[in-house]
Design a protein around this ligand. Sequence first.
Ligand SMILES: [Zn+2]
Length: 230
Amino acid sequence: MPSWTKNFSGLLNLFLQSNCPLCQRSTTCNLCEYCTRQLQTCHHKDPTILWQKPIPVFGWGVYGGSLKRAIAVMKYENQPQVARPLGQWLGEAWLLNSPNHDKKLVVVPVPMHASKQKQRGYNQAALIAQSFCQTTGLRLKLNGLERVRETKAQFGLSVSERKNNLAEAFAVEQELHHRCLDAPVLLVDDIYTTGATASSAMQTLRQCGITVLGLAAVATAVKDTHTKKS
Ligand SMILES: [Zn+2]
């Protein structure tokens, strides 16, 4: 290779490299190889373990360790690019283990209130849903749901307080209301915890006559007693 080509490709690689948002190692991908391997250890053996009524949940990983940190970095340290690999892995898991093969499915991310989104600059659930749809080929309705009422942070509230906090927090977008009645909806979010958010969003969609299949989440934080129940 002539030296100028070598220098040029070296220079190009330098431009394409960035620092991994989780560990600061240099990488040409969204996350470095080391963090990718760490995150893969959080992957659920069976993502459909929580796929049961009343809220069927498809979860990519266990909320803890490196996955918990990756989600925190994505949300609170202004690193939206972390959503891309997470959404892709969720999509790949869906293609492999999907409990439903309906190609008409419409994917709707769990929305943030406009003022909160403005503050953060992005809704991580929407970015995950975008990447999920690129991988699965499913239809995306980015603004299918809207958060109409500002709610308190769910952290630290009891189960009943969480439910009250989220009552009538969502509204269905007009277009989804009119055009997608025949297609079931799959909600997408970053984390599934008590189910209060998912339950409120599902209730709003169902009240409009829309079938909701369930929720796909990157991480599930559910007690062992619940996951072991079959
Ligand atoms: Zn890393």
